[in-house]
Design a protein around this ligand. Sequence first.
Ligand code: ATP
Length: 316
Amino acid sequence: MPAQGIHHVDPAVGDVDPDGFRIEVFCWPGTRTGRDRKGARDPRPTTFSGMHASSTSALELRGLTKRYDDGTLALDGLDLDVPAGSFFGLLGPNGAGKTTLISSVCNLIRISEGEALVFGRPSYCLDARRQIGISEQEPNLDRFLTVRETLVYHGGYYGMEKAEAEERAEQMMGVFDLRGKRDVRAPKLSGGMKRRLLLARALLHEPRLVILDEPTAGVDVELRHELWRYIRRLHEQGTTILLTTHYLEEAEALCEEIALIGRGEIVARDTAAGLKERYEADTLEQVYLKTVANHLFAEDEAERREPTETEGAEAV
Ligand code: ATP
């Protein structure tokens, strides 16, 4: 199924990028088409013609804010740059806002305020979406599709010709050792096989930015090493990797830079060595415990909380 979209070209902006190729932006019907920090709909069509072609960031987040319908403020004006070609770790406790950040970038949820640029283009445009491959924390495979169909349909979704998608699906089944399960539907795969299929699907359309939300959660040691070998190779070939994980040693071994997120804000960002030096810690775990660990926030909350009547009476 080819990607559907409205094709906007603004001749006034000029239509040739510095390399001589025309960059045209497809925006999904119903998505925001202009930048508006309050999130209001701007009906103007958007065209970016080489505007950001020299950008060196794979991802730029500016004032990213997400308030869920129930009032929870999950991202609080967050700024972050992920350099193109880097292996970047995003670490934080449960509920810190990692998945919300990723979901915002991938247009799985609506941003309340701020903007997200992917290789210089607004993340809600199809042109930017094509650059992203995501392996989500919760396996979200279609239960009615076989392994092969999952991959081929994904290629179609990203606008690949059927023959190209089929060829690429064969390659990915080979890389992730899924050929033996090609005709098996998702519910009949083991947890590890589902993880492999999620990764194969994320990489099928050869994205330049791969986002991995806890890709090794619940995966055995052997498969974990296998996945990391593959991700490392991918990174060596120039793909930008954004990883969230609760395995701090894993982050330290793999990531060139790490950002620590707590309560919807970036608290610190550096190399693992730089973080340890700054926080006078021997391990990344100690840095984590000194900066973003949930108990710090719990203490904060307790200090800020007004004493109840009984507590006040006891104090007297
Ligand atoms: P984990 O490491 O446990 O996956 P996380 O860092 O990914 O956590 P998020 O899932 O982004 O954290 O959650 C951030 C905050 O937003 C939490 O307080 C969470 O309860 C809240 N939240 C997440 N999804 C929703 C939703 N759909 N509606 C309301 N609140 C939500």
